[in-house]
Design a protein around this ligand. Structure first.
Ligand code: UDP
Ligand code: MG
Length: 307
């Protein structure tokens, strides 16, 4: 198998037929062996029946159906587990990503990159989405040092080795390039066409910003300290303990000199810093114990699998 197209979808019945036809017409031109894996993330609008119909017509289609809505990251993760292609291309099911980009992504992978991310340079989304997204991309670029512009683009291409190596859970799909880069893979981008949503509506509301922020923290944490949490918590803990200890020492000296210290706010600060420091330190230790036994796999409940 040369190419696997992985498409997560949640209530996208209106676009599936057109999407499939356009993807297949691109793949046929490439003369490569391919499969299209749809992951129905618990749709309630009849998307699954449409997929079954399409599968009758196109045998290259595989369908995974989740028992309920587990989220885009879970869907991608499951698609990655099952993809057989040497190259794996993910795209959204809502036709915002253009299937005509597929050959460009493949070319770029063949030129030596391990992960190619799309860059929606000209976006067709409401401003409530584009402005926060710009800020997020800027913050991510600065904090991670990866020089790409659009971390959350739905269309991305991966070499098989990349998807087998990175865990996707929570809503970490936004940060796959970061995780891949951290594992030492070569990450690049190409500019893609972006289209306004034709049918249905976006599946991520305002909550996307909050989850995006938390996931950025998670990604920063796991890429820097995931294997050595004590290095972060231990540092913070020691610093806090040191400050607390210095304050207490100062007050102790004053006390021996005959000053009353019982009413001084500084006393409480000193005690607080020592306690917080010890806690942070022990948290780091617990983290270290967990990293040595951790299992990063994520299991979903799958209703059907049609190959
Ligand atoms: N999606 C999914 N599960 C979810 C939410 C979204 O599989 O819980 C799919 C959705 O059907 C689409 C893709 O993820 O194919 C991107 O979602 P959407 O277009 O709503 O995101 P946006 O373009 O607004 O960022
Ligand atoms: Mg979309």
């Amino acid at each position: 198998m040369d190419v696997s197209i992985v498409i997560p979808l949640y209530n996208e019945k209106d676009s599936l037929k057109e999407l499939t036809e356009r993807v297949i017409s691109q793949l046929k031109l490439l003369k490569k062996k391919y499969e299209i894996i749809f992951i129905d993330d618990g749709s309630r609008d009849g998307s699954f029946d449409i997929l079954l119909e399409l599968k009758k017509q196109y045998t290259e289609i595989r369908i995974i159906r989740f028992r309920k809505n587990f989220g885009k990251s879970a869907a991608l993760s499951e698609g990655f587990k099952r993809a057989n292609g040497e190259m794996v291309i993910t795209m959204d099911a809502d036709l915002q990503d253009d299937p005509a980009e597929i050959p460009g992504f493949i070319k770029k992978l063949e030129s030596g990159l391990d992960l190619v991310s799309g860059w929606k340079k000209k976006r067709h989304d409401p401003i409530s989405k584009t402005v926060p997204s710009k800020l997020f991309n800027l913050a991510t670029r600065i904090l991670t040092g990866i020089k790409i512009h659009d971390f959350n683009c739905g269309i991305k291409a991966y070499r098989k080795a990349v998807i087998k190596a990175i865990p996707v859970y929570g809503e970490l799909h936004r940060y796959l390039p970061v995780l891949a880069h951290w594992q030492g893979f070569k990450v690049g981008e190409i500019i893609v066409q972006h289209h306004a949503r034709k049918f249905g509506k976006t599946k991520f509301g305002f909550r996307r910003f909050l989850s995006g922020f938390f996931d950025l923290l998670t990604v920063l944490f796991i890429t820097r300290y995931g294997q050595k949490p004590l290095h972060l918590f231990g540092f913070v803990g020691l610093l806090s303990m040191f400050l607390g200890f210095s304050i207490s020492l100062y007050l102790t000296i004053l006390w021996f000199q005959g000053h009353g210290i019982g009413q001084r706010p500084l006393l409480f600060l000193g005690v607080l810093l020592v306690i917080v420091g010890v806690q942070s330190f022990t948290l780091g230790f617990i983290g270290e114990m967990l990293t040595s036994t951790r299992d990063e796999s994520f299991e979903c409940s799958i209703q059907d699998e049609i190959n």
